[in-house]
Structures are given as structure tokens and as C-alpha cells.
Design a protein around this ligand. Sequence first.
Ligand SMILES: C[S@@+](CC[C@H](N)C(=O)[O-])C[C@H]1O[C@@H](n2cnc3c(N)ncnc32)[C@H](O)[C@@H]1O
Length: 450
Amino acid sequence: METLIQKYNVPGPRYTSYPTVPYWDTDFDYPHWEQTFKTAYHQNREQGLSLYLHLPFCESMCTFCGCHKRITKNHAVEHPYVQAVLKEWRLYCRLFDEKPLVRELHLGGGTPTFFSPKNLEDLINGIFSLAQKSSDCDLSFEGHPNNTTREHLQKLYDLGFRRVSFGVQDYSDRVQQAINRVQPYSNVARVTIWARDIGYTSVGHDIIFGLPLQGVEDVVDTIEKTRTLRPDRIAFYSYAHVPWIKGNGQRGFKDDDIPKDGEKKILYEIGKKLLELHGYVEIGMDHFALPSDALYAAFRSGTLHRNFMGYGTSQTKMLIGLGVSAIGDSWQAFAQNTKDLEDYHQLLEWDRLPVVKGHLLTPEDVAIRGYILDLMCRFQTTLTDSLPLSQQKEIVEALRPMEADGLLSIENDTVFVTESGRGFVRNICMAFDLRMKRRLPGTQLFSMTV
Ligand SMILES: C[S@@+](CC[C@H](N)C(=O)[O-])C[C@H]1O[C@@H](n2cnc3c(N)ncnc32)[C@H](O)[C@@H]1O
């Protein structure tokens, strides 16, 4: 195992999109993007849309966090931000000339529960005042166990939310101090019990392996405590150490405090074994679910999907991202909003969508994106003639050493990820990443794959 880890622990994308953001068009053509977006909407209008709403505020800085956030204790920011997101939504709805059908809506952050229940209600009601809500609309949010109140959970439930995920990360005091996120088990238990009591059908916990100062005993204890609360889904994330993106935010500890390659892999292996022992099934990269959860059924039936919001059951092809830094995806094109909060407000005041970056997918991108999605959601993919033979051969050649190492098998044109290859799925996807092969990054852009 040690040698495999040494061999495969390289910087690599997490593939929430293909092409990955550093490979997006440098000369982003906004009018063309808007046109493709409208066309894609009309082609998929019966299927409906997914909406991702990014709520960036947090009261304090968790020093491990890789997400886009703004730290403040000033809750006066809530109301203008809700108004800005609703304005952005109005600008999108103008592009569609009709009330779009919404199939899925997710509130991510930052910390959605930084917002008061009343402001969240205004936000959700504002969104649906301009849209049709499908009868099976899947609404979900991320809650911080320290500030999610029963009122938040009840209000969002009344608005139709049935899924919630809570950020747990690790229960050890030592690790919690290092990541500046002190939250006792009792807080997580309280919100989990409330959510169940209110009627949420899927409660998820996020835990992370590879955090600073985290040892085997901490992962064992965290999973032991987690299992007593029996969340329906568990995201067991690999700690992504990307200090060059987040500046000082992640520097609440020394590099030496972070478990090294082999140590980190052991944390994953032990965690995975324990989760499986307790009845959880690994349904995709970093994700486990109980067989009673909808995500497991989607995995079994081959309908699991993954986009910028993570794994889901929705089959919509269009995702609109609202809010600062949010990413949208029309299947043919990606678009990302400005990450600067002041610019976000300013662009909307000027009646402009705050999209500042994007990518129009080429036919090759669409084909490779399909293979990568298959690997991430089904642990297998079949090469087809949507890619020229020479490129298929290039991919197979890159896969051969991994086949020799037992991470995958290739039968005819189908690539199967083996049980031991599951922890290396990012490396396997990299064999398909023709854009990265053509232009290797000059500096480290991605976290390590192990
Ligand atoms: C966007 S965060 C929001 C969670 C919520 N605001 C909270 O704090 O409880 C969602 C999840 O991403 C995961 N995450 C954030 N930064 C990460 C990193 N650097 N590496 C791995 N996972 C990370 C955490 O597990 C976190 O719960």
C-alpha cells in the first residue's frame, strides 16, 4: 500500500467539473454563453432546473475550510444579500421568458444557517414566486451544528426542505482547536435529533480525514460517535490542503501537523472499514449512504449524478448558481460568478448577471466529462467513438499502469474501478483528462489525490 500511495499521491483535481476551472476558456465570450444557456434551457425545459444558492457568510473562520466565504458577525449583511440573490434570479428568469420549472434547490455556503429563518423564508419564497416548483422538488441545505436552531429546521421544513447536512469534521478537542471549530457532540446530536423529529427524510454528516493533528483514534472515535446518531448519508472527505488559494485562512496550524501520505491513507482505510461495518455503502468518491437512503438507490440503479453541489439523485441537465462565486452549468457551458462580494452587488445594481468566468464545452470536453462522471458515480465507464480512436488509445495507455497495480480492469472498452482502486478514483480520472495532459500546470493548482 505504501508504494501505491507514494506513486499516486500527486496533485490532482476533484473533478466537480470537466474541464476543471483552471482549464476554462481564457477569452470567455459572455454573449455566446448567454445564447447557449438560453438554448440549453429551451431544450431541457420539461426536465427542469437545479438551483444552487451560495450563502457565503460565517461568523468565524474554520482554518481548514476550502470554500468561498466571508467572515463577519454583522448580520445586517443578510437582507441586502438576499435581495441581491433575488435580483440575480429575476435577471435569469428574464432570459427564459416564462416561469422555469425547479426540480432541485440547494443552499450551500459559507453557512446558510448564519441567516435568520425569516431571511431564508424571504429568499425561498422570492425564488418560487418566479418559478414553478415541481411536485417532487428536492430541497436541501447545509447547517452548522453550532448555530442551526429548531426554528431554522422547522421553517425550512415548512418551505419544503427534506434534506440537511451538518458539518461535523472531527470530534476530538485537539483537532477542533487546530481547525478553530469547537463543537461538542451534544450540538450535533441536538440538531440531528431535531431534524428527525421534525420529519427530515435524509440527514447527512460531513466528516474529514487527514485534518491537522488527527490520528487513527480520532477517526475511530468520530465514526463511533457518528454511528450512534445514524445519519442517512456520510460525506467522508479527504482533507484538501490548498493554502495557496485561501491565503492565511488555512494557516491555523503548521504543515507538520497534517497527516502525511501513508498516515492519511490509513485514516481513510480504517474509516471506510468502520463505516462499512456499520452498514454504510460507499456510493461514490468520499460518499457513503445507508441502503435506505435515496442516494444508495440511485447508485444501485446507475442513476446517481454529480455536479458542483456534490452527489445527487436529480437528472436535470441544467444547474443555475446564484450568489457570489456560484457556478452554473448548462451541460454545454459553465459559468462562474465573481468571488468578490462588493463586485457581486455592484454588477447586479447595474442589472448585469455577475458571471465573470466560464467555458463553452467542445465535443471532446462533453465526451470526457461523461467518462469522468461515470467513474465518479458508477466506478466504471465505457469508451465510445464520441472520441477519436487515437485519443481512446492515449487514455487506455495511461490506464495500463493502474491496471497493473490492481486499481482497475479493462474489459473490451469498459474500465472497471476495483475495490482497491476506489480510493484512487481521482488518479483514474486524470488518465482521461486530455486538457491537463496537453498543458501540465506550471504551479500546484490542485490538492493531493491521497
Ligand atoms: C461548504 S462547507 C459548509 C458547511 C457549514 N457551513 C458548516 O460549517 O457546518 C461543506 C463541507 O465541506 C467540507 N470541506 C470544507 N473545506 C474542506 C477541505 N479543505 N477539505 C475537505 N473538505 C472540506 C466540510 O466537511 C464542510 O462541512
